[in-house]
Design a protein around this ligand. Structure first.
Ligand code: URA
Length: 241
């Protein structure tokens, strides 16, 4: 259920403020009945008319995208750089990324036009788990892995407990591949965590997002989430995982 004024605004009929005025002025009907209460909530199946014209409600769509590195997690860029929505020319709905990945990070990024869903998944209280594969400079020691897991002091506070695992180490090239699973989503968090322990990230990929993975997709490709996956993600976020 969503607030009537929000649905009207989202349909592109009027701004939120103007939509409220239209409701107050008695110019909005829900299922044929005039509604002048601002708090009214409507479901996707309700029919809404504004000044006698039925509004078209945008279908909610959900995509899992394998973001390549070198692409901005935004819908447009002032400097004309490639943005994630450039890969979705075939989609009519106005989708945007759920959270963000850095320009030079690759991996799973969800896109949707469902604001409530996006807010739920990015709310600090409900963030789902995300697994990153980082190639870092230097040979990472066991104590460092423990530190990453326990919590690292960053300028915006301690990081929450995480899971970290060494996947491989290359003595000759002086680099380590580490898998790091976190459920927070602070800005450049993984890079800052590794910087703090003296192992700058050279390459970063988000390999899993909750139970979702990249299997079957190449960088730059996307697929729609199934209704069941959308439901599962909602349930996970609501249960705080
Ligand atoms: N942490 C980072 O440092 N960068 C990302 O893109 C995602 C998480």
């Amino acid at each position: 259920m969503e607030r009537l004024q929000k649905v009207i605004a989202h349909a592109g009929v009027a701004s939120r403020r103007k939509a409220e005025q239209l409701i107050i002025d008695g110019k909005v009907k829900v299922n044929g009945k005039t509604v002048s209460e601002l708090g009214t909530k409507v479901s996707p199946s309700d029919s809404i008319e504004v000044e006698g014209v039925k509004i078209e409600r945008e279908n909610k769509v959900y995509f899992l995208f394998y973001k390549p590195s070198g692409v901005i997690s935004a819908v447009k860029d002032d400097k004309g750089r490639k943005v994630v929505t450039d890969f979705f020319d075939y989609v009519d709905e106005r989708i945007y990324p759920v959270g963000r990945l850095d320009y030079d990070t690759s991996g799973i990024l969800l896109l949707t036009n469902d604001g409530e869903f996006a807010n739920l998944l990015t709310h600090p209280k409900y963030e789902v788990t995300k697994t990153y594969i980082a190639r870092v400079k230097g040979l990472v020691r066991r104590e460092t892995i423990k530190k990453l897991e326990k919590g690292i002091k960053l300028e915006d506070g301690m990081t929450a407990p995480a899971r970290a695992k060494i996947i491989s180490a290359d003595k000759e090239k002086n680099k380590t591949i580490v898998e790091l699973t976190i459920h927070e989503g602070r800005n450049r968090q993984v890079r800052r965590m590794f910087d703090a322990v003296g192992h700058p990230v050279q390459k970063l990929k988000r390999e899993r997002y909750a139970f979702l993975h990249l299997t079957g997709l190449n960088a730059g490709e996307a697929r729609e989430l199934t209704p069941h996956e959308v439901k599962q993600l909602r349930a996970l976020a609501e249960n705080g995982q």
